[in-house]
Design a protein around this ligand. Structure first.
Ligand SMILES: *Cc1c(COP(=O)(O)O)cnc(C)c1O
Length: 385
């Protein structure tokens, strides 16, 4: 078996795998399942700081993004697309598909969106129905301050759709405090359940916007209005993936019981970045690092593919290359969710050091040692057993 150290899918804990194998009932007809679904959604909402309704949808993270755009967009709507990464830019496609006019706010892919610059832009340009933004844009690992940006956009009455698929539970996300109207998450990233389902929280303003549309939502699967009365009506728009949701419920409990989860992500990510720098390698991002994934520039003289393949074939550790303009330029370690444990990250760095040296790439210091030194120095003793 390969050890997954990719930025999704991540490793899945045994209790989650077992929960998915439980006997199940008919999710369309058994009222107990409606209660279970509701409780699961409520726990999720609590963990991301929202009292808004949360819905679990049957489809990977992408469905959450598309459903948000499908439900909000009417033909001719102007939508602000904050773009400093592959997923950021990708929102423009969803807006277009549903007839909207994306207005791209293009920013440097190697750093977080600067609030003061965005603020200047908004003074002159704020006639948007909604804006899309990404918390962690996974192909580069850039982290945007969506909590601050959400509040800023709200000052202009712009609704916000936040893709938090690869950061939710690993980075602070305060949905209500930050006025985030639709927050999107997925099962296979920090939550560490297998791929297959996604989640959305929907604010009152977003709901009103959907209800007051002049034209019907041009989607069935992506129509969030279909979910709003599921409990009262005891009716789901389609049969819910009940076994997936058993797994999600267990995974959410793992997160809820893990009081140090955000801190551990931070410590591990800082340790990885420290090790990369000490080793004389370069981080792709210059400012605004997500603590869930690290993109390392591929050193001169070697291909990303070679590093990934050697890691896999010789050390049975799966790391990732990247996509879009980062394709071939970076390798990525996903230290999120169940992957965010000191032992696996240390092993990954040890193997990476060996692979680079074997390929004739100079590494100034052993990455594992530099990592362990950093986290031992910084972490409180209880984190280190
Ligand atoms: C993983 C991910 C998604 C969802 O993509 P899938 O292909 O459905 O897994 C969306 N946004 C971000 C930022 C992601 O990392």
């Amino acid at each position: 078996m390969l050890k997954l150290m990719t930025p999704g899918p991540t490793q899945v804990r045994e209790n989650v795998r077992l929960a998915r194998s439980r006997e199940f009932t008919n999710p369309d007809l058994d009222s107990q399942f409606f209660d279970f679904y509701k409780d699961t959604c409520c726990l999720l909402g609590k963990l991301i700081g929202t009292a808004n309704p949360v819905y679990i949808l049957s489809g990977e993270g992408i469905l959450a993004l598309e459903a948000a755009c499908a439900s909000l967009t009417e033909v001719g709507d102007k939508v602000l697309v904050l773009n400093n990464g592959v997923f950021g830019e990708g929102f423009a496609d969803f807006v277009r598909i549903y007839g909207g006019e994306p207005v791209l706010y293009n920013a440097d892919f190697r750093q977080e969106i600067k609030i003061d610059k965005l603020s200047e832009f908004l003074k002159e340009n704020h006639d948007f129905k909604y804006a899309t933004l990404v918390q962690c844009d996974t192909p580069s690992g850039v982290l945007n301050n969506v909590n601050e940006i959400g509040s800023l956009l709200k000052e202009y009455g712009i609704l916000t759709v936040v893709d938090a698929v690869s950061s939710m539970f690993g980075e602070e996300l305060k949905v209500d405090e930050s006025c985030i109207d639709i927050a999107c998450g997925g099962s296979q990233k920090v939550l560490s359940a297998p791929p297959g389902v996604c989640f959305v929280s929907v604010s009152k303003e977003a709901l009103t916007c959907m209800k007051e549309r002049k034209t019907p939502i041009a989607s069935y699967y992506g129509n969030l209005l279909n979910f709003t009365c599921y409990y009262e009506k005891q009716w789901f728009p389609y049969t819910m993936p009940i076994s997936d949701i058993y797994g999600i419920s267990e995974a959410l409990r793992n997160v809820a019981e893990d009081k140090d989860i955000i801190m551990r992500h931070k410590m591990i990510a800082e340790g990885v970045r420290h090790a990369v720098r000490q080793g004389g390698l370069s981080l792709y991002i210059k400012k605004g690092f997500s603590n869930t994934v690290t993109a390392i520039e591929v050193p001169e003289g070697i291909k990303a593919e070679t590093v990934v393949n050697r890691m896999k074939d010789k050390y049975h550790i799966l790391i990732a290359g990247s996509i879009g303009s980062m394709s071939g330029k970076v390798i990525r370690i996903g230290h999120m969710g169940e992957n965010a444990n000191y032992e696996d990250v240390a092993k990954t760095l040890k193997a990476l050091t060996a692979v680079l040296l074997e390929q004739g790439i100079p590494v100034k210091t052993d990455l594992e040692e530099a990592f362990l030194e950093y986290v031992k120095l910084k972490s409180q003793p209880f984190l280190f057993s």
